[in-house]
Design a protein around this ligand. Sequence first.
Ligand SMILES: NC(=O)c1ccc[n+]([C@@H]2O[C@H](COP(=O)([O-])OP(=O)(O)OC[C@H]3O[C@@H](n4cnc5c(N)ncnc54)[C@H](OP(=O)(O)O)[C@@H]3O)[C@@H](O)[C@H]2O)c1
Length: 322
Amino acid sequence: MVVTVSLNSGYVMPTLGFGTFSSVLIAEDELVQIFLNGIEIGYRHIDTASIYKSEKAVGKAVSKAVEQKIVSSREELFITSKLWCDDANGDLVLPALKKSLENLGLDYLDLFLIHWPVRLRKKEAGVPKFTFKEEDILPFDMRSTWEVMEECKRLGLVHSIGVSNFSSKKLLDLLDFATIPPSVNQVEMNPLWNQKILRGFCKEKGIQITAYSPLGANGDVRMGGTMDILDSPTLKEIAQAKQKTTPQICLRWLHDKGVTFVVKSYNKDRMKENHQIFDWELSVEEKDKIDNIPQKKNFLGNEFVCPNGPYKSVDELWDGEL
Ligand SMILES: NC(=O)c1ccc[n+]([C@@H]2O[C@H](COP(=O)([O-])OP(=O)(O)OC[C@H]3O[C@@H](n4cnc5c(N)ncnc54)[C@H](OP(=O)(O)O)[C@@H]3O)[C@@H](O)[C@H]2O)c1
């Protein structure tokens, strides 16, 4: 049975998602097999983004999963993709979505997210998108971007729309003019950054939180990762007492918080391990211990902050929710 949550759009979203961002370059054929392994193990929600360069492999894995009858149809899978910052403006949203759909070989997305509340200058073809200069950071026009996100839904090209890396304040600004509210806000969340304020706000407004980097990206510093989660003595102690692993404790804790989450593993054993979190529970005492872990955000988005840009400090980017 696939554990799901209901979104405010009326669609359901599988709680556990398969992350597809890797800082290591992997050949497409190998990636397709990795994603197919994930689907075979039972993952029904796959998280990609135009910037991850994983959309084509995700699309091929989806079509192979149908061909090989691992799933009965594409409808059994929940596919999320994201609008990169250089497409975050009204006139660029629809062509960007169409490009993502073309990469994926799909005629609709289950969920389309604005990746960051940031706009970057569009690069010429062939120039890497992750590298940009301070002067490429432009003011983000949330209204024009969201209006076309809504249009994408009305056109039937996406089932649900949402955002990522938005603070409560930015969500409030968005809700002020949105005619379709965001279904999801995908943000960093793990035992080290439990998003207490944002969780309260999103619950009140009916917005589903999806946690990214649930394991702290396993310390991958290129991705703002930290080892403080997998090395946490509190989490290790609970894992040992329950005969579970520390990653399983993190993921089960997220489930108990009512959020959905996307975890990345390209290793078959770890994919299985991360999937086995729904048939046991954490006690109230164990959850309390995890809630008392000192808090520290890792993904600060420093790259989007500069003295002459729209965000002059990380505090401005996150509206003080740090
Ligand atoms: N919206 C955003 O801005 C944003 C930002 C970051 C990430 N994301 C999404 O969230 C997904 C997950 O986040 P993430 O990739 O940053 O980090 P993560 O899922 O917290 O950690 C991934 C790392 O942990 C390792 N790992 C996975 N399971 C493990 C286990 N059971 N035991 C030990 N190590 C394990 C993986 O290595 P192996 O592959 O070798 O197992 C990988 O190095 C991404 O892939 C992406 O889809 C979104």
